[in-house]
Structures are given as structure tokens and as C-alpha cells.
Design a protein around this ligand. Structure first.
Ligand code: ADP
Ligand code: MG
Length: 292
């Protein structure tokens, strides 16, 4: 490619809110055969809402929600914000927790008003040696609806199953359809549970789902996709997306995401709208066609 054609291509992209930080990325993007996308904050808005709160016998809804929110107020996870907002909307008073601990990819724990709270994913409970048998049907129903189930343990006993749901961004379905028309495989990489991830992928027509990925596991997930399909473009927004953005043939960061993700990427989308991804790909193809 000539320097001039690269300049024209990156200039056209910039007019559409797509920043190519290296001309080389224009060529790598053209060679990608699979687009892998992070789920939370990339395909979805990244602002989940608490949708369900199913109590186990003997536990009080307002009391448990207040305990959970007290713990989650110490966490920066989007799930935590959803739970705190729900408690605040109900006017619940939140006490100060003690010994707060965040377990990446699993959940959170703390002492609240003399009680031990543990909140998180199914694998967190498994790790605690607790059985999910009695709530597995309820959790499966929530997950099949695209909601993410969470479990609340109070003093070692399962107290509630909660669910949060994160709405899909407006431009996402159209972006995926356009990527398919351009001949790419579309994959999703997420820490969320498999059934939830599959429900969302089915709704969007996503071809491949890599779910239940631990925060440090996205690079390995990406390498596995590369081994099966070839060159990978990865789209992400979060701190734990940065290593995968660097590892991909092309890293594409959402401009509304974290600075760390933006720094690791070669392409930055100015807005949050994923329709910019097929647009970037179309520009990369058109630019390089002109110079042949
Ligand atoms: P993701 O970005 O897909 O949410 P994470 O690795 O951050 O992936 O989290 C994986 C899972 O761990 C979450 O889906 C949730 O089940 C659980 N989890 C993480 N942080 C929290 C938290 N603050 N409160 C409750 N659950 C949490
Ligand atoms: Mg994300």
C-alpha cells in the first residue's frame, strides 16, 4: 500500500469516527477472518439492572438486599452498581461492611452487621463447597432469558438468587449482520455464565461463544479462536480486555471504554456504536483495493 492511499483511508475513517492509530492496522483489519467481541460494555451497554430477587425460605427480601448492597457499594463492578441502585431506589439503609474482598471473576465477600456475606457467580459457590441443586432450575430459567444469575450466601447458607440484565446496545444487531455480510465469523468472549452468554449470542446471531472466561483468560480464548479460524480482530472496552487487544491481529477499543483499553488498541471507535466496526472493515477493503 502506498503512504498516500493509507492516508486517504485513515482520513475517511476519521470522518466516520474511526481512529486508525497506525496505517498498518488498515491492512491487518482487511486480513481478519474472525471478529471477537467482549460482551459487557461492548455488545451490551455495560449498565446492567437488577431484574430478579428470588428468596430462599427463611430469608427476608429487604434485609438481604440491604446486606448485599452494603457489600457491593465497595465494588466497582457494573453488577455492583446495579445492586446498589436497586437498594437505593427502595430507600434501604446501607451499613458499612468490614473486611471487604473482591475475587476477580468470582464475586465479593465481606462482614455486614456481624453477618458473613458472599455474593457472586455459580463457580464461586462451587468453590465454597455449596450445592446449587435446589436453585438450578430457577437459575437456568433466568440465564435462558439472557439474564445473569448471581447467588447470595449469608453466614454460609444460600439466601437468594438474583439476576441482572444488561441491555444490548442499539447498533449491535445491525453491526453483526453487516460483519456477516462482509464474510466474517463473529465470536463473543465473556466472563458471564455459559447459558446466559448463549442466550444473548442466539438473539444476536453470533457464531461462536467463549463463556466463563476468567479475567486473565481472554488472551488464551483469543488464541484458541485464531487456531480455529485465522487472524482475529478483537473489540473490547474494559481493563481486562487490554491484553487481548494487544494480542489480536487488530485491537479495536470502544472510545467510551477505559483508558487502558484505548491505549492497548490500534483502532479506536469514537462512540460506543458497533456499526463502526463493519464500517472500518469496509474502508480497509476499499482502500487496499484502490491501490492494486
Ligand atoms: P464480566 O466482565 O463478564 O462481568 P468478570 O470477570 O468481571 O466478567 O466477572 C465474572 C462473574 O463474576 C460475573 O459475571 C459475576 O457472576 C461475578 N462477579 C464479579 N464481580 C462481582 C460483584 N461485584 N458482585 C457479584 N458478582 C460478581
Ligand atoms: Mg467489557
Amino acid at each position: 500500500a502506498t503512504p498516500t492511499s493509507i492516508m486517504v483511508g485513515t482520513g475517511r475513517a476519521a470522518d466516520m469516527g474511526i481512529l486508525f492509530r497506525k496505517g498498518q492496522a488498515l491492512q491487518s483489519l482487511r486480513e481478519a477472518s474472525v471478529i471477537a467481541l467482549d460482551k459487557t460494555g461492548t455488545l451490551t451497554r455495560g449498565r446492567p439492572e437488577l431484574t430478579d430477587l428470588l428468596m430462599r425460605p427463611g430469608f427476608d427480601e429487604a434485609e438481604v438486599l440491604a446486606l448485599v448492597a452494603a457489600v457491593e457499594r465497595q465494588s466497582e463492578h457494573p453488577i455492583a452498581e446495579a445492586i446498589v441502585r436497586a437498594a437505593e431506589e427502595r430507600g434501604l439503609a446501607l451499613v458499612e461492611p468490614q473486611g471487604f474482598e473482591a475475587l476477580p471473576g468470582l464475586g465479593v465477600s465481606a462482614m455486614v452487621a456481624g453477618r458473613r456475606l458472599q455474593v457472586g457467580a455459580d463457580r464461586y459457590l462451587t468453590q465454597l463447597g455449596l450445592s446449587l441443586d435446589e436453585v438450578s432450575e430457577a437459575a437456568a430459567a433466568l440465564a435462558s432469558a439472557g439474564k445473569s444469575p448471581l447467588y447470595v450466601v449469608v453466614d454460609g447458607r444460600l439466601a437468594a438468587v438474583m439476576a441482572v440484565a444488561d441491555p444490548i446496545k442499539e447498533g449491535t444487531p445491525e453491526a453483526i449482520a453487516a460483519l456477516h455480510r462482509l464474510g466474517l465469523k463473529v465470536a463473543m468472549i465473556t466472563g458471564d455464565n455459559r447459558r446466559t452468554a448463549e442466550a444473548i449470542a442466539a438473539e444476536l446471531g453470533i457464531d461462536e461463544v467463549v463463556a466463563e472466561v476468567m479475567p486473565d483468560g481472554k488472551v488464551a480464548a483469543l488464541q484458541a479462536l485464531r487456531a480455529r479460524f485465522g487472524a482475529v480482530a478483537f473489540v473490547g472496552d474494559g481493563i481486562n480486555d487490554a491484553p487481548a487487544l494487544a494480542e489480536a491481529e487488530v485491537g479495536i477499543a470502544i472510545g467510551t471504554g477505559t483508558d487502558i483499553a484505548i491505549e492497548a488498541a490500534e483502532v479506536v471507535l469514537m462512540g460506543g456504536d458497533l456499526r463502526a466496526v463493519p464500517n472500518a472493515l469496509a474502508i480497509s477493503r476499499a482502500t487496499l483495493r484502490n491501490i492494486r
